[in-house]
Design a protein around this ligand. Structure first.
Ligand code: ARG
Ligand code: GLU
Length: 728
């Protein structure tokens, strides 16, 4: 008996230690660190791991540093500047939209690739921006000025947002910069980011998709990988080197600093770091949050997307035009789907929920051991448990609604006519304003139908709504969907066919005809349209039934997380805590590393052109290899880009902690030279957004030598190579 208790105690201690190491004593590889604080937090460790430079070389406001060569590319990726003329690298999948917009059946840059022969041929990309961090500053004190402990959450919000407005205004006074204040550590810290936003960004080059997207969605999130996932852009500015809208008079940007490129290649255990914009991670949340994500949300998302992907995928396999039209949509749906599958497997393998629960038990013991901490933190874990259990049904409803109710294209498209309805409903609205909106709808309609097939959408619609009304109780989905049961005998296909037949939004001709003859009073026809009517009902259901039930908890969860985060840091005063990712500039560092994905299997840390030839299959879309590439392979014409082993390295893995948003991030060596471009993570490691595992989590990068080899030998764009500073 006694022995039993002792053993239990020992086991308990073991689990606690395990929990602590997983969550806190971030292995050297875990963490996305704030560039401004590298000096105090990380420099020594980085140098001990092999880093040859200083924190100042990465982030400095006094002289040019690496940070001046890193940008947010578009709305969700990272890019890096690699020449003194604003030349920039990012991923192919980040440039995809811009490449697609310049593509037509005559000039199919997606399929064939694109290379500007000179700067005059570089293509402007309206709407595409690059955002560069000028400086960041800890403004926590100023943000929290006037905040009292006894304030309600909304009072607190008000004080904070007023303070933030003032801080932002002061920060950019008399400059062309823009400012942003973001919360870190769940509202315990605030940083000001002063940014410079460049609005003339041009497409310079992109490899054909069977290089840039080699392996497609089949290989996505997987290792071994052979994707040449890069594209090339350039930032243009006015004569004074300042951001400006597109103009013929604009000139290439002269950066404060740009990245040098190393041809030395990588070896196992080499020090490496990633410098970019990770989007969102949640390492510090409770076991109950992880349970909700992995046991409620992810399975629903996976199930519904599975269905949609099946339908779209089959259609793409049958028809070339459909493939072109749907490849981007498919990739978007598939990317999340596959990530969540991997995430769930990883969380299970790590036993993450149990590990977190053990940690929470330890936390409670600590919290309850002193009256002060008990008063402040004593009830947190219980409250998490209560909230997540009360939230269950609403979260489930919300996830179904997002994934099924909002998915069919016809509904999204119909929904985009809301503004036209709203301004038309108001009698006094200016005719000019309505005309302008009608014109913008006409343009949007042209765009929408370029990549649309009503038959596919009907099928997706029917299948998704079938799941929606089968899996949920009638009280939990929008009442309008009862029609399917009462009028169509539960037959979602018949319901879909009828809706698509009656709606103008299933047809380009009907929509354009309607818009061309539009008069203010015609908004009534939109309101009566079955697709518009349905999406309005779904929206109303969301805003009236679903959102209020989750919102009040979400607000409480925000304030609980703020407390819980603070408490976790207090409990472990020597712990080094990196803030959760929030799409601000971060440094992740680790080493070039292989891994053991499962029993008896060892994955090497790099891939080569050999592997592309092994995967080659002219009959499978994802594995077609360009003739020119085969030719270069057979003659081994790799030039100075070959590895010292004689082969052409394509991708490599490392233990840098990354997430979505890090796509396109520079991967640098110990000397701060560019050795790769980050574009993915391994499937076994995707749970790092919730819990990092140093043995399993790897980021995947394209070897910069493969990128240059494609630019130089494959595309012959040697003028771009000449612009770069290449270290042999
Ligand atoms: N998984 C990568 C990321 O999360 C690449 C996605 C694009 N590629 C694709 N085949 N869908 O963004
Ligand atoms: N492909 C991701 C992106 O677009 C990066 C992969 C990840 O999630 O780590 O940002």
């Amino acid at each position: 008996m006694k022995k039993n208790i002792k053993m239990k105690k020992a086991f308990y201690l073991f689990l606690t230690l395990l929990a602590c190491t997983t969550i806190f004593k971030a292995s050297a590889d875990e963490g996305m660190w704030i560039p401004l604080l590298l000096g105090e937090n990380n420099e020594a460790e980085m140098q001990a791991m092999g880093f040859n430079l200083t924190a100042e070389d990465i982030y400095s406001i006094n002289h040019g540093s690496l940070k001046d060569a890193v940008v947010i590319f578009g709305g969700g990726c990272t890019g890096e500047i690699v020449s003194d003329q604003g030349l920039m690298l990012t991923n192919h999948h980040c440039g995809y939209g811009s490449i697609q917009r310049h593509s037509s059946l005559e000039h199919n840059y997606l399929t064939d690739g694109f290379w500007a022969n000179n700067q005059q041929e570089e293509l402007s990309c309206p709407g595409l921006t690059c955002t560069m961090l000028v400086r960041m500053e800890d403004v926590t004190e100023k943000v929290l000025e006037g905040v009292e402990d006894n304030m309600t959450e909304s009072e607190r919000e008000e004080v904070i947002s007023n303070n933030i407005s003032i801080i932002k205004e002061e920060a950019v006074e008399d400059t062309h910069y823009s400012a942003l204040v973001k919360s870190f550590y769940y509202g315990n810290k605030f940083y000001l980011m002063v940014n410079e936003i460049f609005t003339d960004v041009r497409l310079v080059g992109a490899p054909p998709s069977n290089i840039g997207k080699f392996g497609g969605d089949t290989d996505n999130w997987m290792w071994p990988r052979h994707t040449g996932d890069f594209s090339v852009f350039r930032i243009y500015v006015d004569q004074d080197n300042n951001p400006a809208e597109y103009s013929e008079d604009n000139v290439p940007y002269t950066p404060k600093s740009f990245m040098e490129i190393s041809l030395k290649g990588v070896e196992k255990d080499d020090f490496t770091f990633v410098f970019g914009y990770p989007g969102r991670t949640q390492e510090y949340v409770s076991s109950y949050a992880v349970e909700t994500i992995t046991q409620i949300e992810n399975p629903i998302r996976i199930k519904i997307r599975d269905k949609a992907l099946n339908i779209i995928g089959n259609a793409m396999n049958q028809d070339e035009l459909t493939r072109l039209q749907y490849s981007s949509k498919y990739a978007g749906i598939a990317n999340g789907w596959k990530k969540w599958i991997g995430e769930n497997k990883g969380i299970k393998r790590l036993n993450a929920i149990e590990v977190k629960k053990e940690y929470e038990a330890e936390f409670e013991k600590w919290a309850n051991s002193h009256p002060e901490t008990e008063a402040m933190y004593g009830g947190i874990i219980n409250r998490f448990e209560e909230i997540y259990s009360e939230l269950k049904t609403s979260r489930r409803n919300q996830t179904y609604l997002f994934e099924a109710g909002f998915r069919p294209d016809i509904l999204r498209f119909a929904s985009s006519f809301r503004n036209l309805v709203e301004i038309s409903e108001v009698k006094e609205t200016d005719i000019a304003e309505i005309d302008e909106e009608v014109q913008s709808r006409i343009n949007a309609t042209e765009n929408h139908f370029k990549n649309y097939n009503a038959d596919i959408d009907t099928e997706v619609f029917a299948a998704l709504f079938k799941i929606y009304i089968t899996d949920l109780k009638a009280a939990d989905y929008p009442a309008i969907l009862n029609d399917i049961n009462t009028k169509y005998n539960g037959d979602t296909e018949a319901y879909a066919n009828e809706l698509f037949r009656k709606s103008i939004f299933s047809s380009k001709k009907k929509t354009i005809d309607f818009l061309k003859k539009y008069k203010q009073s015609k908004y009534k026809k939109i309101i009566k349209d079955p697709a518009y009517n349905l999406i309005s009902a779904i929206r109303n259901h969301y805003f009236q039934q679903v959102l209020p039930k989750v919102e009040k908890y979400d607000i409480e969860l925000d304030s609980l997380m703020r407390l819980y985060m603070r408490a976790q840091m207090e409990m472990d005063p020597d712990g080094r805590f990196y803030p959760e990712a929030n799409f601000t500039l971060r440094v992740g560092y680790g080493k070039i590393d292989d891994y053991l994905p499962r029993d008896a299997v060892h994955y090497g840390y790099f891939t080569t052109l050999e592997g592309i030839m092994e995967k080659e299959d002219p009959a499978i879309f994802d594995y077609v290899v360009e003739d020119k590439l085969k030719e270069l392979y057979s003659t081994k014409d790799y030039g100075r880009y070959a590895d010292k082993d004689g082969s052409m390295h394509v991708c490599f893995t490392a233990s840098n902690h990354t997430t979505g948003g890090n796509s396109g991030s520079p991967v640098l060596n110990a000397d701060g030279q560019l050795i790769g471009i980050n574009f993915d993570r391994n499937w076994e490691g995707t749970m790092s957004d919730l819990m990092y595992d140093p043995d399993m989590c790897r980021n995947i990068s394209i070897d910069i030598r493969y990128c240059l080899f494609i630019i130089d030998k494959f595309a012959g764009a040697t003028h771009l190579i000449d612009e770069m500073k290449i270290i042999e």
